[in-house]
Write a protein that binds this ligand. Sequence first.
Ligand SMILES: Nc1ncnc2c1ncn2[C@@H]1O[C@H](COP(=O)(O)OP(=O)(O)OP(=O)(O)O)[C@@H](O)[C@H]1O
Ligand SMILES: [Mg+2]
Length: 519
Amino acid sequence: MISLENVSKQVGGRTLFDGVTCTFREGCRYGLTGPNGAGKSTLLKVMMGVEPPTSGKVLLPRKVSFLKQTIEEFRNSTVIDTVLMGNARLWAAMQERERLYAEEMTDSVGIRLGELEEIVLEEDGYSAETEAEILLGGLGLPEEMWRQKMEQIPTDRQFRVLLAQALFGHPQALLLDEPTNHLDLESISWLEEFLRNYSGILIVVSHDRHFLNAVCTDIADIDYETVITYPGNYDAMLVTKMAVRSRAEEENRLKEKKISQLKEFVAKFGAGTRASQVQSRVREIQRLQPMELKKSNIVRPYIRFTPLQKQPGQVVLKANNLAKSYEGPSLFQNLSFEVQRGDKIAVIGNNGRGKTTLLKLLSGVLAPSSGTVTLGHGVEVGYFPQNHEDLFGSHKKEIAFEWLKARKAGSYDQDVRSILGKLLFSGDDAFKEISALSGGEKARLILGGLMLTSPNLLILDEPNNHLDLEAVSALAWGLEEFKGTAIVATHDRELIDTFATRIISFEADGVRIKDVSPA
Ligand SMILES: Nc1ncnc2c1ncn2[C@@H]1O[C@H](COP(=O)(O)OP(=O)(O)OP(=O)(O)O)[C@@H](O)[C@H]1O
Ligand SMILES: [Mg+2]
């Protein structure tokens, strides 16, 4: 069981949640939900003990695993070792054992080796590699990558390895923060199945409604500065939450009506002879005070990209005979296509087939192994990388406002402020350090950069990762309304249906391009 006793957390003067008391039971799979910036990641960090609560305490089982987001930390480790590190006790014992074997054998070394051997046995050390390989295979990591170093494999694969790391070693509780962000549909189904068979306590943060419905038995929703748990999946939670809210609002409405009648009576007879009746009504008014309903934190940003540059030529981009290989076989070959002005292209297909690579080639971040990418006359590219750290890497200590302002030379404070406002950064939020921003807030800030610089060709690599449902619909709308050209890699069906007029799909036997009409 995981239990929270009266846990509160404030960050930078704002209360995320206050006096939360609840328990998470074995065998239940909890979806932790709430819009961007609600405090989901923070709550998980408090549970794991990496961040202290402002007050209150958390009780945890002994063996808790969680999904890390820091691929940088494991650059120099091999894929398989990175997975094994998911069982910290086993990993430490194996490391120490290896060190001791290299030393001179003394009595004390021998005794210690015996102890270590016991730990390795307790933790199933001898089947550890096999277990790790099964996880890697399930998550679609090709075998030739298993013994490679993390930095040698593509970014989205590295995130998957971290997922395998979290799942490894039969933890009693599993805390996953947005595990589907870097997964394609096939791996998401595998993960759903894995989690449904998991028998410990699962707490998973996700903005993917389908995933939450498929996996969760219960929902813990962060809103109104607290955590409320609901039995059932995400859709069931929405229904109950709405019902509770409208009941409370209805009660308040009735109370207010009654109060105004009573006040009328008091006003009429207050100065007169019916003093006792007036007194009892005054008491009644005090008793009836409507309860203060905290505002719900569900809000929608406003995302609009307006190309300022004058219209480019009819052909915006030409890819000619493109091929790209890292070390190994080519991801694609002889890829040729033209992008016309106004095209809205969705790039789809399983991970690892080269979507991110193609987008990097098109935006000039990476050079092709052969072939050419030619931009049309007057084309300005705005690129949204899959890994946010590619943009923020060395700017982590910068203030969000300053970072955004620096995107465009000579931009006015008020324009920057107005964009931040549209993207739901209230006064103080705009002056946070980038490192303090939540995943969704970082994604919104990058979108803000594109709104400010107004390119006429948008190249976005899974921009909906980290964004909550409201923000994804705002993005879909923004792309649909966009007067320029857009190329967007995403797995989100609804997003694709809204904006795409063409689809580039990476399939097992090659790349296909077809026209579609948006819904
Ligand atoms: N050190 C800090 N100083 C100021 N604000 C902070 C700090 N750390 C976190 N915050 C703020 O606390 C809020 C909650 O952050 P958290 O990362 O927990 O959100 P989240 O619910 O996980 O959001 P997302 O869905 O975007 O991942 C955010 O508004 C974030 O900017
Ligand atoms: Mg988060």
